[in-house]
Structure formats: structure tokens, C-alpha cells
Design a protein around this ligand. Structure first.
Ligand SMILES: Nc1ncnc2c1ncn2[C@@H]1O[C@H](COP(=O)(O)OP(=O)(O)O)[C@@H](O)[C@H]1O
Ligand SMILES: [Mg+2]
Length: 337
């Protein structure tokens, strides 16, 4: 279960949807999902922000719209040959929600999607080695059971992208797993024979690699490196494998400016993510209302009520919030326009 701060459970937009009589079936860290009937969902991408698996007591203005627009653009304009869940967005969504007042903000943050039976895996593709993948590599020479060549440095490009699935955990850190464990999880949780689950994981690998290849190419043409990305797939009501969730957004991918990546060997550290990095950095030295300084990245149990209370007492400084909005909006311009 995700713990959303009391004051962030409702936004003006989620209230509108509830008042229109829609039933909310899920509140994730960032998205509120409403049942529309006829196999469809209305997904509201809010301005909530989470770091190190904790939802903060803060909103980043513009973030929800940017995330939704980037996913829409990727599904409609960038990707070719991938079945996906998006039915309508923006003004098109009005037809599905006639009872809603014409509040213009709303439409940028709403998507109408096909309700999928989600596969309980995070399908991660890495084209570069960094983050938890680099940590695993340093410890074992491997990531998710894949042996990599010796001597790789943090943020190096891999000779070929690799598929490195993880568990999809509701409360706490996702765990990197190998393809066999991924198939076991699918078999257990979806009630599938093991040979079917193994062949599904192979198909997910192919699809995920293809989504990564196409979006990584798109980014390179626009000055952005998609270092890695996390995808989610499910089955639609005809049983067809379908790409769901958000797709190659700054919340689900690690994006670097090509320029930052090129100079990173001289800077001596990996490039900074073009995303909520200002909030992450501030969260490592968060000043609480009682004057105490804490490092939220060292908090390891996002389901512990005491840790949640401490994290949610942090008032994220206004300049950190505005720097984050600037990053999301700049990335949107680079990615879409
Ligand atoms: N088409 C879909 N049908 C059903 N569930 C979906 C679909 N697309 C995404 N989801 C689920 O909706 C949720 C999105 O909310 P989000 O705030 O991103 O949650 P999380 O905290 O799990 O990342 C995720 O749990 C994701 O698995
Ligand atoms: Mg998510």
C-alpha cells in the first residue's frame, strides 16, 4: 500500500471526477485511477511527487500534465507496431466524461485507457549501466543474471541494451530478478503454466527492447539519452499483450542530456537525471520543521509509519519545487516540440 499524505489525497481534479460519480479504484504514488465501465479507465496523473519510494507532502505544478503528454506523444507519435492501452486524451476525453465541467487543466492530465490485466513485473531495459544495475554489477559482475564485460564505469553505454526485470512491489523497493524468477512470478501470480510464463517473459523482453530502441532513437535526435526505462504490460479483454502505464516519461526513465553524458567522465560522476533530481538532492539534506537534517535516501522502509511521518513532515522548499517544474517543462519541450 502506498501512503499518500492526507493533504495530497485529493486534488481539485480528483474531486471533480468523484463528484461526477466515478468510482476510484486505485491511488498509486502518482496516478488516481477511476472505473469508467465498458472495459475503460480514466487515469488522472496528479502533481504528486515521490522520492526513494516515499510520496512527499508536496505538489510539483505542471508535472502531471507533462507526464501524461509525454506518454501520449510516445504512444501516438513515436512508437510503431506496439499495441497500447491509450484510447483518448486531451479534448478527445471529453466524449467519455460528459458529466465533467469544462475545466481546462483537467484535460491535460486525464487519459482514457483500456483496462488491462496487468502482468506483475517491471519490465526494465537498460542501455547504459548505472543506478541499482551498476551496484549489482560492482558486487557480482552481473545484472539480473546477465554477465557483463569487466571494467565498466558508472554511466557507460552497454554494447547492447539488456532486459533487467524487477518485482513490482506495492510497498518498498522493487527487487532486480533474472528472467527465470520473472517467469516464476508470472506463473504464480497469473496462474499460468511455467512454460507459458517463460515464453511470455521472452515476448516481454522483445517488446520492451523494441520500445526502448525506438524511444532511445527519438531521444538521441533531440539531445536526450534514455539511459534506462521501466515499462508495464498487461492483457486486454481479447487476451492480447498490450503496453500500459506511463511510457518513457521522466518518472519512469532515466533521462540524461547528451552533453552531460559526454562530459561526465571528466566531471567524474554520472550525469544528473533530467527529472525530479532537484527534489532527490534536496531530500538527501532535508531540513525538518524542528530544525533536524535528515537524508531520506537512507530511509529503507517506506511502509514504516514513523519513517513516513518524518518524510511527510518535510516542507519541500519552494525553490526546489520550481526548479523541478522547470526541468519537467524543459524536457517536454525537448521531447515533443
Ligand atoms: N491500462 C491499465 N489497466 C490497469 N491498470 C493499469 C493500466 N495502466 C497502468 N496501470 C496500473 O495503474 C497504476 C498507476 O499508478 P501509479 O501512480 O503509477 O502507481 P505506482 O505507485 O504503482 O507506480 C499502476 O499500479 C499500474 O500498474
Ligand atoms: Mg507508476
Amino acid at each position: 500500500m502506498v501512503t499518500i499524505p492526507e493533504s495530497k489525497r485529493e486534488s481539485d481534479l480528483s474531486r471533480l471526477l468523484l463528484e461526477a460519480g466515478l468510482k476510484r479504484i486505485n491511488q498509486g504514488k502518482v496516478r488516481d485511477t477511476f472505473e469508467l465501465g465498458r472495459g475503460l479507465l480514466a487515469v488522472l496523473t496528479t502533481n504528486r511527487v515521490s522520492i526513494f519510494d516515499y510520496v512527499l507532502n508536496a505538489d510539483v505544478p505542471g508535472k502531471g500534465r507533462v507526464l501524461a503528454e509525454i506518454t501520449n506523444h510516445n504512444l501516438r507519435k513515436v512508437l510503431r507496431g506496439i499495441r497500447h492501452h491509450l484510447e483518448a486524451h486531451g479534448q478527445e476525453a471529453v466524449d467519455y466524461l460528459p458529466a465533467l465541467p469544462a475545466v481546462s487543466d483537467l484535460w491535460g492530465q486525464i487519459q482514457i485507457v483500456k483496462k488491462l490485466r496487468m502482468i506483475p513485473l517491471e519490465c526494465i531495459v537498460r542501455g547504459y549501466i548505472t543506478g541499482s544495475g551498476y551496484k549489482d554489477y560492482q558486487a557480482t559482475g552481473m545484472v539480473c543474471g546477465i554477465q557483463l564485460s569487466a571494467g565498466l564505469k558508472d554511466a557507460d553505454r552497454l554494447p547492447e541494451p539488456i532486459f533487467t526485470p524487477s518485482t513490482k512491489s506495492n510497498d518498498g523497493h522493487d527487487q532486480n530478478i533474472d528472467a527465470y524468477r520473472a517467469a516464476e512470478i508470472v506463473a504464480e501470480e497469473m496462474g499460468m503454466p511455467m512454460d507459458k510464463a517463460e515464453s511470455l517473459v521472452q515476448t516481454l523482453t522483445r517488446y520492451s527492447m523494441e520500445v526502448y530502441r525506438q524511444t532511445h532513437n527519438h531521444g538521441l535526435r533531440r539531445g536526450i539519452i534514455v539511459a534506462d526505462t521501466k515499462l508495464e504490460f498487461g492483457f486486454d479483454d481479447e487476451g492480447l499483450l498490450t503496453l500500459g502505464d506511463e511510457v518513457v516519461t521522466p518518472d519512469s526513465s532515466r533521462n540524461w542530456l547528451i552533453h552531460d553524458w559526454c562530459v561526465s567522465p571528466w566531471v567524474g560522476k554520472p550525469p544528473s537525471g533530467y527529472d525530479k533530481e532537484p527534489v532527490r538532492q534536496a531530500g538527501k539534506k532535508a531540513i525538518l520543521p524542528d530544525g533536524r537534517e535528515v537524508d531520506i535516501s537512507s530511509f529503507k522502509d517506506p511502509s514504516d509509519p514513523e519513517q513516513i511521518r518524518i518524510v511527510q513532515s518535510w516542507r519541500v522548499p519552494a525553490k526546489v519545487i520550481s526548479a523541478t517544474t522547470v526541468r519537467y517543462e524543459a524536457l517536454e519541450r525537448m521531447w515533443i516540440q
